[in-house]
Design a protein around this ligand. Structure first.
Ligand code: GAL
Length: 389
């Protein structure tokens, strides 16, 4: 063939290939069955894909993010979210170990002291489903929190993002909380390799609301060892010290000069074994940092955290409208939970950055209020942004 013809043919083929690639890489969402709950209801698994090949899988059971596939510095994808490969394993979790892998947490993320609070003169009793240091408290919404309900789901596709809208009506009195709470959570996987989570709730009676997501990250890939060499930065100059029951003392303490100072990057394992009462109570890091929001407006996304993994170069940035973040480094993981790759998740093999209001706010008048009243809208967003360097 004449070289000119060859070049023309090659050009035509390249155009065709790029057209095919283009049409194949638009943001998309697929749905597959994820199994049947003990009560017979079917759950689905939704896989969101963006145009760069990143993927996030979410089940409408608990709104659980089961997989997050993002590239390292050489473009290799790995699943960086801890989790199980079956619905049954998620359903069983909590009865014994309570990891809350990847789940939506509500109505109140984090702890409420003694499992009770008083609102407008009335005392509400919640299930005391957690006993750190032998002291009972309410944790993450109760016995059947939002991590254990089957959400209504609707897939969404936009030009530059694939999404999943989840809805749950939490009934008046559910888990002891007042008011019918209508909750909508929308997950987006954007073409900027961001997992954006939008929370919306309204109520017909005053109630505490503090929603979050409980994904555990290991940026080297789930099942590949501890996260102690991950380098963390927290945009927070204060945190809330806790008592031995992991309830805030009410103090907003400066991090300066303590192992809680992540205002400059530090390896998570660098100071974790320091003799320090707070590290002893938490069994490591399991505390709430107050994000330095400066003069940012309440609905502005502010960078709360950055995590860098040196081997793969993966970076996770966390941006949020919330005032605080719970940094939990998987101290309670005990190797009893075999994950997706059949590798047991041992102590500190995943880390959580749960954006939220501080623990026990309903009993802490000095903390920003978590009370939602009829006619108001609870609206907040958090972005987990993935990149590599
Ligand atoms: C975290 C909490 C930890 C632990 C974990 C679930 O949000 O801070 O103390 O309860 O959830 O195992």
């Amino acid at each position: 063939m004449h070289p000119n013809h060859l070049r023309a043919l090659a050009a035509a083929l390249a155009t065709l290939a790029s057209a095919v690639t283009l049409s194949a890489v638009q943001p998309a969402i697929t749905m597959t069955p994820f199994g049947t709950l003990r009560d017979g209801r079917a759950a689905q698994l939704y896989t969101l894909a963006n145009s760069h090949g990143a993927k996030v899988a979410i089940t409408n059971y608990g709104g659980i993010v089961t997989r997050i596939l993002v590239p390292d510095r050489d473009g290799n994808l790995a699943d960086i979210a801890l989790g199980y490969d079956t619905l049954a394993a998620y359903e069983k979790d909590g009865a014994t170990t309570g990891t809350y892998f990847g789940a939506l947490i509500g109505r109140y993320g984090n702890r409420i002291a003694r499992g009770q609070f008083t609102l407008d003169g009335k005392t509400f009793k919640l299930a005391a489903n957690n006993t750190p240091g032998g002291i009972p408290c309410a944790l993450h919404g109760g016995k059947v929190g939002f991590d254990k309900v089957l959400w209504d789901a609707a897939p969404l596709v936009e030009k530059d993002a694939a999404g999943l809208r989840l809805r749950h009506l939490s009934k008046d009195g559910e888990e002891g909380y007042p008011g019918n709470l209508d909750v909508t959570v929308t997950y987006w996987l954007t073409d900027k390799n961001e997992l954006r989570i939008e929370y919306l709730a309204t109520t017909d009676k005053a109630t505490p609301v503090n929603l979050t997501n409980h994904s555990y990250f290991n940026l080297r890939g789930e099942g590949s060892g501890t996260i102690l060499d991950h380098v963390l930065t927290l945009n927070a100059s204060r945190y809330t010290p806790v008592d031995k029951g992991l309830i805030p003392t009410g103090q907003l303490a400066p991090v300066a000069g303590t192992p809680f100072d992540f205002t400059k990057p530090h390896a998570i394992g660098g100071r974790i074994e320091t003799q320090n009462e707070q590290l002893l109570f938490g069994g490591g890091y399991d505390h709430n940092w107050l994000i330095d929001r400066g003069s940012a407006k309440s609905r502005a996304l502010v960078k709360a955290a950055e995590v860098y993994e040196p081997v793969t170069g993966r970076v996770l940035e966390v941006l949020t409208e919330e005032p605080a973040v719970q940094f939990y480094c998987g101290n309670f993981l005990d190797g009893k939970n075999a994950g997706k790759s059949k590798i047991a998740y041992k102590k500190r093999t995943g880390l959580c950055l749960e954006t939220q209001h501080s623990p026990d706010s309903p009993n802490q008048p000095a903390f920003p209020s978590t009370i939602l009243r009829p006619g108001e809208r609870y609206e907040t967003a958090t972005v987990y942004r993935f990149s590599a360097r």
